[in-house]
Design a protein around this ligand. Structure first.
Ligand SMILES: [Zn+2]
Length: 465
C-alpha cells in the first residue's frame, strides 16, 4: 500500500519533509530545516528515522529554507538521487542554500568566539562544501505540466502564488495498477497581491496535505500600501529610521514594489532605501526575469521601467558596505535578512536601532515561535543579540498585510476551489492552534474528514476496502 510519513511540518510550521512510499520506492517531498524553538532546531541534528541513502528521489514545492534547507545534510548523509524542482526554484536554491551554509558557519564561529555554546568547538549543521553536490543534483521539471519520475510517481505542479516558482504538487501514485492522487499544497500564497499571480485552484485528489500556517488568523483588511505609508510618514516626522527584517525572497521585492508605488504617488518622501543583503540583487533579478509567474498589473508596470527599484536604492553587497549604514543619521529604510531576525545582518541593525524610540521595526512576515521576530511581535522589551541584552525602545509594527501566506479565509477560498472533496485531508505546516482552527472551519464549511498528523506518523494512502 502507498503511504506517507510526516518527517516534519507536523504540529509546527517548519521542517517540511514528507516521505512517500510505493512499490518499495521512496520519494521525499520537500526537505526543509526546522527553525524557531530550540527543541525543533535540535531535530535537524537527529538522524532521520530512515536512511537518506534509501530515498530514490526528492521533489520540491518551493525554495524557502523550511522546505529545502535540510538538503545539504540529506545529501551529506547519503542521499544521491535527483532533486526535482522548476526552473525558478532551482535558481533560488542556487542563491539560498550557499547562504544558508554560510549563516550556519558564521553562527558556529560566533558561538565559538563568544563561548556561548555548550560545545567546545561548535560545528555548523552543514558547510558550503556540502552544498555543491546538492546544486548538482537539482533537476528541472516543467512549471505546470505533468512529469513522470518513475512508474510509481508522476508529479504535476500548480502555481501556488506564494513566492517565485512556488507550486502545489499533484502526485499520482501508481501501485499494482491502482492509482492514488495526493495533493501537497506547498505554501499557499495570497490573492490579489503585487507581482505574483493568484494561487491556482487545486485539482481533484484522493488525499490532500494542506498547510495551515494562518489557519486561525485573518490578515488585516487595510491595504499594504496604506499601512506602509502611514508608518513611513510617522517615523520620518520624528526623524527616525525604519528597519525591516525581511527574507531576500519575496518580501524584499514586494516591499520595494510598494515603496516605489508610494513614491510615484508622492505619498511618502523619497528616502534612501538600503537593501542590506548580498542575495537581494540576484533574487530581484530572478523576479524580473521569470515572467511566467508575473500577474497582469506587474506586467503593465514593467513598461515604465523596473518596478522593483525605489528612487534612491543602495544595494549593500559586502560587510564593509553594510557597516557604512551605521553612519547614516537621517531617516532611511533598511531592509535586511533574516526575516524572523534569527541571524544575518539584520541583527547588527537591530542591536543599533532597537533601543531608540525614534526608530521603528517593521515585521512583514510570519514569525515562528522561539524567534526574535516572534519576541518582538509579542512585545519583548529586551532582545538577546550576539550574547548581549539589547533594550527595545523602538516602535514595533507588525504589517501582516505583507504576509506571503494565505490567511484563514484565503485558505478556505483555495480549498473551496477543489472540484470534488478529498477522501482524507491532513493539515500540516501550522502551529497546533492554527491547524485545529482550520480543521474546525473545514469540517463546518465542507464536511470533509480532516486529521492532524503527528511528527513521524505514517499513514496509509490507499482507499479503504
Ligand atoms: Zn514558503
Amino acid at each position: 500500500m502507498p503511504k506517507v510519513t510526516f518527517l516534519g511540518a507536523a504540529g509546527t510550521v517548519t521542517g517540511s519533509k514528507y516521505l512517500v512510499e510505493a512499490e518499495g520506492k521512496r520519494l521525499l517531498v520537500d526537505c526543509g530545516l526546522f527553525q524557531g524553538l530550540k527543541e525543533l532546531r535540535l531535530r535537524n541534528w537527529n538522524p532521520l528515522p530512515e536512511k537518506p541513502a534509501s530515498f530514490d528521489w526528492c521533489v520540491l514545492t518551493h525554495a524557502h529554507l523550511d522546505h529545502t534547507g535540510y538538503l545539504p545534510r540529506l545529501v551529506r548523509d547519503g542521499f544521491h538521487g535527483p532533486i526535482y524542482a522548476d526552473a525558478a526554484t532551482i535558481e533560488l536554491c542556487n542563491i539560498l542554500l550557499p547562504d544558508s551554509a554560510h549563516l550556519q558557519e558564521e553562527d558556529a564561529a560566533r558561538a565559538a568566539r563568544h563561548k556561548y555554546s555548550k560545545h567546545k568547538t561548535p560545528l555548523p549543521l552543514y558547510s558550503r562544501e556540502d552544498v555543491a553536490p546538492v546544486l548538482k543534483a537539482l533537476s528541472e521539471i516543467p512549471r505546470s505540466a505533468p512529469f513522470t519520475i518513475s512508474p510509481q510517481f508522476t508529479v504535476r505542479p500548480h502555481d501556488a502564488g506564494h513566492i517565485l516558482g512556488s507550486a502545489s504538487l499533484e502526485l499520482t501514485i501508481t501501485e499494482n495498477g491502482k492509482k492514488v492522487v495526493v495533493l501537497f499544497s506547498g505554501d499557499i500564497g495570497r490573492y490579489d497581491q503585487p507581482i505574483l499571480k493568484n494561487p491556482e485552484p487545486p485539482p481533484a485528489c484522493d488525499v490532500l496535505l494542506c498547510e495551515s500556517t494562518y489557519g486561525d488568523r485573518e490578515h488585516p483588511a487595510a491595504s499594504a500600501e496604506d499601512a506602509l505609508a502611514e508608518v513611513v510618514n510617522r517615523v520620518v516626522k520624528r526623524g527616525g529610521q525604519i528597519v525591516i527584517p525581511a527574507f531576500a525572497v519575496g518580501r524584499t521585492q514586494t516591499i520595494m514594489y510598494i515603496i516605489r508605488k508610494l513614491e510615484d504617488a508622492n505619498r511618502i518622501p523619497h528616502l534612501p532605501v538600503y537593501v542590506d543583503s548580498p542575495m537581494a540583487i540576484s533574487v530581484t533579478d530572478l523576479y524580473l526575469r521569470h515572467h511566467e509567474d508575473h500577474d497582469l498589473a506587474y506586467t503593465a508596470d514593467e513598461k515604465n521601467g523596473n518596478p522593483l527599484d525605489a528612487y534612491t536604492v543602495h544595494y549593500m553587497r559586502t560587510v564593509d558596505d553594510s557597516k557604512k549604514i551605521n553612519d547614516v543619521r537621517s531617516p532611511a529604510i533598511i531592509i535586511s535578512a533574516s526575516g524572523m531576525a534569527t541571524g544575518g545582518r539584520v541583527l547588527h541593525h537591530l542591536a543599533r536601532l532597537a533601543p531608540d524610540r525614534k526608530n521603528a521595526i517593521l515585521l512583514v512576515g510570519f514569525q515562528a515561535e522561539g524567534t526574535r521576530g516572534r519576541a518582538l511581535e509579542e512585545g519583548a522589551k529586551i532582545l538577546r543579540i550576539h550574547g548581549e541584552d539589547v533594550p527595545v525602545g523602538a516602535e514595533v509594527v507588525n504589517l501582516r498585510q505583507f504576509s506571503a501566506h494565505a490567511g484563514k479565509s484565503e485558505l478556505l477560498r483555495w480549498l473551496g476551489g477543489i472540484p470534488s472533496p478529498p477522501r482524507q485531508t491532513y493539515l500540516t505546516h501550522g502551529e497546533p492552534q492554527a491547524s485545529a482552527a482550520l480543521k474546525a472551519a473545514i469540517e463546518t464549511q465542507f464536511h470533509w474528514p480532516v486529521a492532524l498528523p503527528q511528527y513521524l506518523q505514517t499513514v496509509d494512502l490507499s482507499a479503504p476496502k
